[in-house]
Write a new protein. Structure first.
Length: 153
């Protein structure tokens, strides 16, 4: 027995035997994993599934990009729309015994503070209405105190 262990050919054959045994175990485990992966599928159907998943992913990415673009467009449209209306009623003839709180100033502005201020002055004889354009909550026309009040945030 001692002669066999000292023999280089025996050591080489024993090493190869152990390597073959380890490769056999590895191949067996790999075969089990492949069978588990392919359970109920052929190689062609698995390839089709992968191809179909790639196409679906590509379609989803394109859809996602379209949705993002549409949301940007909607966001821009919303910014241009009427953001709020604020109204203040007042009596322009206070202390004279004339009129009441029939007069008003109303601001119609978008999100950026652009729009118009509408003002009415009511008296027994007539009603006067004024419209003043507004950019960034400011007007090129002189504003009354009530109009300034409705332009505040």
């Amino acid at each position: 027995m001692q002669n066999l262990v000292d023999n280089p050919a025996f050591i080489a054959i024993a090493s190869l035997g152990i390597a073959i045994l380890l490769l056999g175990v590895w191949a067996f485990m790999l075969e089990r994993r492949i069978k588990k992966l392919m359970a109920g599928k052929s190689a062609a159907s698995l390839e089709d599934t992968i191809s179909e998943n790639q196409k679906t992913l590509k379609d989803l990415l394109a859809y996602h990009q379209n949705v993002e673009e549409e949301l940007r467009r909607i966001d821009l449209r919303i910014k241009k729309k009427l953001h709020g209306a604020k109204t203040v009623r007042f009596n322009p003839f206070q202390g004279t015994g004339t009129g009441g709180n029939q007069s008003f100033a109303t601001a119609l502005l978008d999100e950026d503070g652009n729009g118009v201020v509408l003002s009415t002055l009511y008296s027994r004889e007539k009603v006067s209405m004024f419209a003043k354009p507004v950019v960034d909550r400011k007007s090129e026309f002189e504003l009354t105190d009530e109009e300034k009040e409705v332009l505040k945030n």
